[in-house]
Design a protein around this ligand. Sequence first.
Ligand code: BGC
Ligand code: ZN
Length: 372
Amino acid sequence: MKAVAVFPDKRELHVVDHPEPSLESPTQAKIRMLDVGICGTDKEIASFQYGTPPDGDDYLIIGHESLGEVLEAGPEAKKLKPGDLVVATVRRPCGHPECRACREGRQDFCYTGDFTERGIKQRHGYMTELVVEEEQYLNVVPRELRDVAVLVEPLTIAEKSLAQLWQIQQRLPWGCDTGVDKGPGHCHHALVLGAGPVGLLGAMALKLAGFEVTVYSRTHSHADKDDIVDAIGANFIPAEKYSVEQMAKETGPIDVVYEAVGASSLAFEVIQVLGPNAVFIFTGVPGRKAPIQVDTDLIMRDMVLKNQLVFGTVNAAPENFQDAIRDLGTFRQRWPSAVNAIITGRFSLDQAIDLVTSDKGGIKNVVAVAHA
Ligand code: BGC
Ligand code: ZN
C-alpha cells in the first residue's frame, strides 16, 4: 500500500510501498484512513529537523492528525464495529514501570521522555492507506462530523489546556456566579496568539467556555481567518497595526492567554501585559533563534505580585479527545461555515509531498487518502 515517508538519514521524502498491516491482537482494529491533516510538525519532520523511524526501519511514515473508518475489529475490540469513524490518539506509553503517568494511561505526561508518537517518534503515522491500532487508542466519531473530524486532534490541544486551566483556577474565587450557566470562562477575557488551526480551534473552545475572546495575529493573506474570528463572535486585533501594548489597552485585563504561534519573543512581550491572577498557556514549539532581551525583573515582579501562572502543555489524553469530539459537534451547530472554513483544501496522497514541503497557504490542508 502507498504511504508518505521521510528517510531522515538520506534526507529524502517519498511515497513508498509499505506492507499492509494485519491484526496482531484480538483488541486491535484495522482502519482505512480517510483524512490526514498536515501541521507544522509534519513540515518540520519533512525538513528533517526531527522525526525518528521505528527501530530497524530507515523511514518513518508521517501524519498524526487522523480520521479513519473501521474495516475490521478484533473479537475483543468490543466498542468498535466496521463502518465506525475513528480518530486515533498520537502518543504511546514508555516502557518504564516507574513512569506513573504512562502506567496510568497518561503518556501525555510521560516522565521519562521514552514515549513514542505515531508519525513523529519511532512509530509509523497515518499518512497511508491502512492502519492497525489498539482499540484503546481509537475514539469513535459521529458520522455527522465526517468532513471536519480530522480537526479533532488539533482541537485536543485546547481541550487539554482548558481541563488544566479549570483545575488551576480553583486556587482562587474565579468563576462568576450569574445564576445561569454561561460557562466557566464567563466574565473573563481570553487572548489567543496566532490564527492558525490550533489558534482558531482554541478560540472556538474558549468562546464555547464563555470567555470574551480576542485573537491577536498577523492579518493573513487568507482572508478566511478574520472571517472565522468574526463569525464566532471574537475580536481580531491585527499584529501589524497594534503593538502588544496597544493591543492590551484595547482588551483591558487579560485573564488567560492561549499561545498558538510558537514565537517566544511575542509570547514574552505578552507575558508583560498579563492581568491579575492570569494564566498563560504555551502550546507552540519555537524553532531556535537568536537570544533576545527580556525584562526579567518586571516579569518576575508581576508574576509574584499578581499571582500569575505560566504553563506549557503537549499532546492529549483520551478524555481530551472525547471533549474535542463533543465540542466540534457543538462548534458545527453554532458556527457551521466557520468550522468548515478551517479546512482549506483536500489533496491526494500523491500531492502530499508537495504539501509538506511547500507553503500552500490557507489554514488546514488535508490529505484525503480515501473517500467514504
Ligand atoms: C501533536 C502532538 C505531539 C506534538 C509533539 C504535535 O503536532 O499534535 O500530539 O505530541 O506534536 O510531537
Ligand atoms: Zn499536529
